[in-house]
Ligand binder design. Structure first.
Ligand code: ASP
Ligand code: MG
Length: 408
């Protein structure tokens, strides 16, 4: 007997039948004598539809009102889920984020959870209620509703698991687990039996949409193993946890991110302080910069190129153009038809030759590399967007990831 947190994503609660399927799964944990917390996302495409609705009224609504609107998607789900559990004859109560004591900072649309006051939750669990909590939302110090960023229900689940010291945190989704590549791009991708927090964090950040990256950060911080599995079958899923060194895989996944643009500041005077100037301008605007490349240009100048997410491109160009004379640069160019393809593997730290193999795969496929960046457990390349899928398949093949079978 213990505490179990289960999270069901939007597709897992998209219709009546699926809601009942999830409800029965929650009940089966409850039947074992466990205290059960169920976190749900908005049904199907509800969140996207709400964003669309907002746009019809106002192309630039305040973030506070957007959060007010988007949080309603999850509120529908908790009520319906609670009604299903009720219908099946079990005691249940639904709670919105604020009712569940989820306190966040004030960054509307991308808030962070600061603390969870579990008093109400504990009380309901002690009464032997199944507690259904709205994912993706909390409340800030002004008593306003905030949301945690797209995909944030995963983070709600992990934060609740940490606060309640849960014994198990299961993330139910529409795929069987974490794969070596997106199975829609690579049909013979392998499902991983387990993956380390660090690798999962890289994959989540690099555009694999299985888990919200902040949920993985939290799981790592509190050492909570996560089980990612399908709500549509009983397959085992993937466990995200601390993986010890002998089990480390050379490459455990290939990810692809198309939400990226490359910006180049051309003809920057070749003196100290220029990179500092450029990137502090961007930092002030809260713009995240990814791959950075500096190269020698003509006549004692240098070019500084970097990538940002597509949604930050306009703001990036605006602030740099406005400050072109301050920076002392000649021109700014950009490209938004680029993609970042990355390999992640905890075992690559001590194994030379992994990068060469990746580049060979791209060369064999006739794909040109524009930029490269590496970390201990990751290698990323920037390429033409039209080559993205081909690159993922070529790399996946090269490392024979379809044969990868870390099932034990
Ligand atoms: N409903 C929100 C979204 O679509 C949060 C989530 O699904 O986790 O992003
Ligand atoms: Mg999700």
């Amino acid at each position: 007997m213990g505490i179990v947190v289960q999270k069901y994503g939007g597709t897992s609660v998209a219709d009546k039948e699926r809601i009942f399927r999830a409800a029965r799964r929650a009940i089966s944990e409850y039947e074992k004598g466990n205290k059960v917390v169920v976190v749900v996302s908005a049904q199907g495409d509800t969140t996207d539809e709400l964003i669309e609705k907002a746009r019809e009224i106002n192309e630039n609504p305040s973030k506070r009102e957007m959060d007010m609107l988007l949080s309603t998607g999850e509120q529908i789900s908790i009520a319906l889920m609670a009604m299903a559990i009720e219908k099946l004859g079990y005691p249940v109560i639904s709670l919105t984020g604020w009712q569940a004591g989820i306190k966040t900072d004030s960054h509307y649309s991308n808030a962070r959870i600061i603390e969870i006051d579990t008093e109400r939750l504990q009380r309901e669990l002690d009464k032997r209620n199944i507690v259904v909590v709205a994912g993706f939302q909390g409340i800030n110090k002004y008593d306003d509703i905030t949301t945690l960023g797209r995909g944030g229900s995963d983070t709600t689940a992990v934060a609740l698991a940490a606060a309640l010291k849960a014994d198990k945190c299961e993330i139910y989704t529409d795929v069987d687990g974490v794969y070596t590549a997106d199975p829609r791009i690579v049909p013979n991708a392998s499902k991983l039996k387990e993956i380390s927090y660090d690798e999962m964090l890289e994959l989540a950040t690099l555009g694999a949409k299985v888990l919200h990256n902040r949920s993985v950060e939290l799981a790592k911080k509190y050492n909570i193993p996560l089980v990612v599995r399908s709500s549509f079958n009983d397959n085992e899923g993937t466990i995200v946890k601390e993986v010890n060194s002998v089990e480390k895989l050379l490459v455990s996944g290939v990810a692809c991110d198309k939400d990226i643009a490359r910006v180049a500041v051309i003809g920057v005077e070749n003196v100290p302080g220029k990179a500092f100037q450029i990137f502090s301008l961007l930092a002030k605007e809260n713009i995240n910069v990814d791959i950075i490349l500096q190269s020698i240009g003509r006549e004692k100048t240098k070019d500084i190129s970097f990538t940002v997410s597509k949604s930050n491109l306009k703001q990036t160009l605006d602030v740099l153009t406005k400050n072109l004379h301050v920076i002392g640069a000649k021109d700014i160019t950009y490209a938004d038809n680029v993609a970042k393809v990355s390999i992640v593997g905890a075992g690559m730290v001590n194994n030379p030759g992994v990068a060469a193999m990746m580049f060979e795969a791209l060369y064999d496929a006739g794909i040109n590399i524009e930029m490269i960046s590496t970390s201990e457990i990751k290698i990323s390349v920037l390429i033409d967007e039209k080559d993205a899928e081909k690159a993922v398949r070529a790399i996946h093949d090269k490392f024979k990831l379809h044969l990868l079978n870390n099932e034990k």
